[in-house]
Design a protein around this ligand. Structure first.
Ligand code: URA
Length: 231
């Protein structure tokens, strides 16, 4: 692996900054001062910057409490994107969002650079349930639960059976779907004659949004949370 990639994946510095550190003779590899940022190093090399030993990791898994107004993408011509919210020690990992939430949807979004896990979580074959809290413009009824449980035919896709739970306030519902088709929750609610006025994702599989995270805040998944996600 290239030395600059190693250092940036440790979250220590960007590849550009690594060049500067090399010039300052601040980087050493297995005890010898490094001379170039693009030198190849072995996987088990001991790299230090200003005397501190770096520990390498390839993947990072972040939980974001997505605010409204951000597009679930890494770039967009018109709007801010969720990866704009990634800063500090995670800024140097090329993370991307796992699946999409609409621009006006809030809540749980995973950001990672692990393409394999992202694929597994979003593959329709894997049936990973995502749970949403929705506020409707009209109260939900028992018959809506049954309609959701039957699945729904749309012009462009068939929604698999979904689970609706009605809260004490019948305009507030929890909806679980195992796919993630474009505007799926909103479209399923339109089908039962209701508009979604607020939508927030609260869980993906067994992983639950940390309610202590403010909107726009990011934190790394704990080892236990990562296990839940991979389960
Ligand atoms: N369903 C929607 O309609 N919107 C989302 O953001 C997610 C699921």
């Amino acid at each position: 692996m290239r030395l600059d990639k190693f250092i940036s994946n440790c979250g220590y510095a960007s590849r550009k900054e690594v060049k500067k550190l090399i010039k300052q003779k601040a980087v050493s590899v297995d005890g010898a001062i490094a001379k170039s940022h693009d030198m190849n190093i072995s996987d088990d090399a001991q790299v230090t910057v200003n005397g501190a030993v770096l520990s390498y990791r390839e993947f990072v898994y972040l939980m974001l409490n997505k605010p409204s107004g951000y597009v679930s993408a890494t770039e967009d011509k018109k709007y801010p994107v969720v990866t704009d919210l990634v800063s500090g020690e995670y800024a140097h990992f090329d993370v991307f969002p796992v699946g999409r939430l609409d621009i006006d949807t809030e809540g749980l979004l995973i950001l990672t650079n692990d393409g394999k896990l992202a694929h597994e979580l979003t593959s329709p074959k894997k049936d990973v349930y995502k749970k949403y809290f929705a506020v409707l413009d009209k109260p939900a009824q028992r018959s809506d639960i049954e309609d959701f449980a039957k699945g729904m035919e749309f012009k462009d896709f068939t929604a698999k059976p979904a689970i609706m739970e009605i809260s004490e306030n019948p305009c507030e519902v929890y909806i679980q779907i195992s796919e993630g088709k474009f505007h799926q929750v909103k479209r399923m609610c339109e089908r039962i004659g209701k508009s979604v006025v607020y939508l927030k994702r609260v869980s993906i599989g067994k992983l639950v949004l940390d309610e202590a995270l403010e909107l726009g805040e990011i934190r790394e998944l704990t080892d236990d949370e990562l296990k839940l996600l991979k389960a």
